[in-house]
Design a protein around this ligand. Structure first.
Ligand code: ADP
Ligand code: MG
Length: 228
């Protein structure tokens, strides 16, 4: 069997807001194709950690390496490209633009490069994959919350990111919607070999991932059971 390669390495990450220390020496190694959950109580720093992984925020100390490259060493242009093409983000709120159709929303991340026919084909394939091909020309206002979140997943995947980051992706969905979305993320992880990191305080979501970590008091450890 081929040796697993780390796609992401965090070493001794610290992050403070004003005087409060949120992350206190977080180290984490994630292999290509892993599915990982990070759980922990509200306010413990899960979003802060995910934003650092996706280069939306910078640590005060420590290093973050993606595909062997130190993210802190990238200039603004390379950082923007990294965020746009190597990483896909999904948040609790879908953030679809209400004045654009489903298909237009999905193609937004491609606008900085060029929206060509290949992207439209991929968009339609992905929409089909999540059961929404026939809604491509609808406005988001006509879709349910779960359908909008599936559109947000397609938008996150349009540039074929190697890493998908999801911050409480099921937080505004019904129980059945949460199960369906989690299963969809895992299918994409398995079928496309896309590395998946999900931050959540829902244990039912977290426990479907291969590995579960707990963030508490700024420290990351293996989740071994109990409340989050
Ligand atoms: P979680 O996602 O686990 O709920 P966050 O990462 O959002 O936690 O926040 C962790 C802590 O950092 C909280 O106490 C929060 O109030 C604080 N915090 C988050 N963002 C900022 C900010 N931009 N400025 C000041 N404090 C912040
Ligand atoms: Mg959060």
């Amino acid at each position: 069997m081929a040796e697993a390669t780390a796609i992401l390495e965090l070493k001794d990450i610290n992050r403070c807001y004003e005087s409060a220390s949120v992350l206190n020496g977080v180290s984490l190694s994630i292999n290509t194709g892993d599915s990982v959950a990070i759980v922990g109580p509200s306010g413990c720093g899960k979003s802060t950690l995910l934003n650092i992984i996706g280069a939306l925020d910078k640590p005060d100390n420590g290093s973050c390496t993606f595909g062997g490259k130190n993210i802190a060493g990238l200039n603004e242009e390379d950082l923007a490209r990294f965020r746009n093409t190597s990483v896909g983000f999904i948040f609790q709120a879908h953030h679809l633009l209400p004045q654009c159709t489903v298909l237009e929303n999905v193609l937004i991340p491609t606008l900085v490069t060029k929206t060509d026919a290949a992207f439209r084909d991929r968009a339609m394939q992905l929409l089909d994959r999540v059961g929404l091909a026939d809604r491509a020309n609808d406005m988001p206002g006509k879709l349910s919350g779960g359908e909008c979140q599936r559109v947000a997943v397609v938008r996150a995947l349009i540039n074929k990111p190697r890493l998908l980051l999801a911050d409480e992706p099921t937080g505004s969905l019904s129980r059945s919607g949460a199960i369906a979305l989690t299963d969809l993320l895992l299918d994409l992880n398995r079928d496309e070999g896309m590395t998946l990191i999900v931050v959540t305080h829902a244990l039912s979501v977290a426990q479907k991932m291969e590995r579960v970590y707990r963030l508490d008091d700024g420290v990351l450890s293996d989740y071994t059971g109990g409340d989050v």
